[in-house]
Design a protein around this ligand. Structure first.
Ligand code: FPP
Length: 245
């Protein structure tokens, strides 16, 4: 970790978050400011993804979830969707070795079946190759929407009730959580959104009930390890009460 880090490593400090989730926003604005096309913004955004994954691994974050492509993003112009899919495939190919060397397990949340077959294959291969890794979980939210995740969970539970495998009275918060894409993943402790918008944008709606939220005006392509460390330091000073006093 770098020496002028803002993270408080003393025993008295509140612990680092186990799970950090990030809404990576602002690639388009970054490009526009430089009179570049939006795709250049996504390319620069991809290199930020690489450096932030590396930083989280070094800092010791156990779960990092990145909102890489939302269900709403399918409505963007075809050219932009294709470029995002290409970047994603490139990332999965180029980072696979690094994930293996650094003991990182790749996981995915979302309607994976909607992804183009090339991306699906590369994804499947990376999921399989890294499945026994234990140092960190890199979770990509791909073709992900919080509401559609909840619909998917409700259908699964309804089907179990219909088949007589489940009593409606046995539906608890734990059971609901266990039927979401994030079934065996702890809820995020910290949610970071770049580029200043005060919105959740259909991300992890159930899971962020008690998550600490940080919004930074920095556009995702400009987001750095130093700023991440600053936010982690600030997180350590917040008192989390989970609805109690
Ligand atoms: C928001 O920028 C970002 C996205 C739509 C997706 C994030 C994608 C990447 C960072 C690149 C590829 C991902 C991986 C995992 C390699 P925006 O286009 O909404 O920006 P704007 O709001 O300024 O227009």
């Amino acid at each position: 970790m770098n020496s002028n880090s803002s993270i408080d490593g003393t025993a008295a400090a509140a612990s680092l978050p186990t799970h950090v989730a990030i809404i990576m926003d602002g690639n388009g604005r970054w490009a526009k400011k430089r009179l570049l096309n939006r795709i250049s913004g996504h390319e620069k955004g991809s290199s930020t993804v690489r450096s932030i994954v590396r930083a989280c691994r070094e800092i010791g974050i156990s779960y990092l979830t990145l909102y890489a492509f939302s269900t709403e993003n399918w409505q963007r112009p075809k050219q932009e969707v294709n470029a995002l899919m290409r970047l994603l495939e490139k990332f999965l190919q180029s980072e696979q070795k690094e994930m293996l060397v650094n003991n990182i397990r790749l996981r995915v949340l979302g309607q994976v079946e909607r992804l183009p077959s090339g991306v699906r294959q590369t994804l499947q291969q990376a999921l399989e190759a890294t499945k026994n890794n234990t140092a960190m979980n890199l979770i990509l939210a791909l073709s992900y929407g919080g509401r559609s995740e909840i619909v998917h969970m409700a259908r699964t539970l309804a089907e179990k009730v219909k088949q007589g495998l489940l009593e409606p009275d046995s539906i608890t918060e734990e059971l609901v959580a266990g039927h979401l894409y994030t079934a065996d993943i702890p809820d995020p402790d910290l949610l970071i959104r770049t580029s200043g918008e005060m919105r959740i944008s259909n991300f992890l709606l159930w899971q962020i009930a008690y998550t600490e939220i940080f919004v930074t005006p920095t556009l995702w392509p400009d987001f750095t390890r130093e700023e991440l460390e600053q936010i982690l330091g600030e997180y350590q000073t917040r008192e989390r009460r989970f609805g109690t006093v």
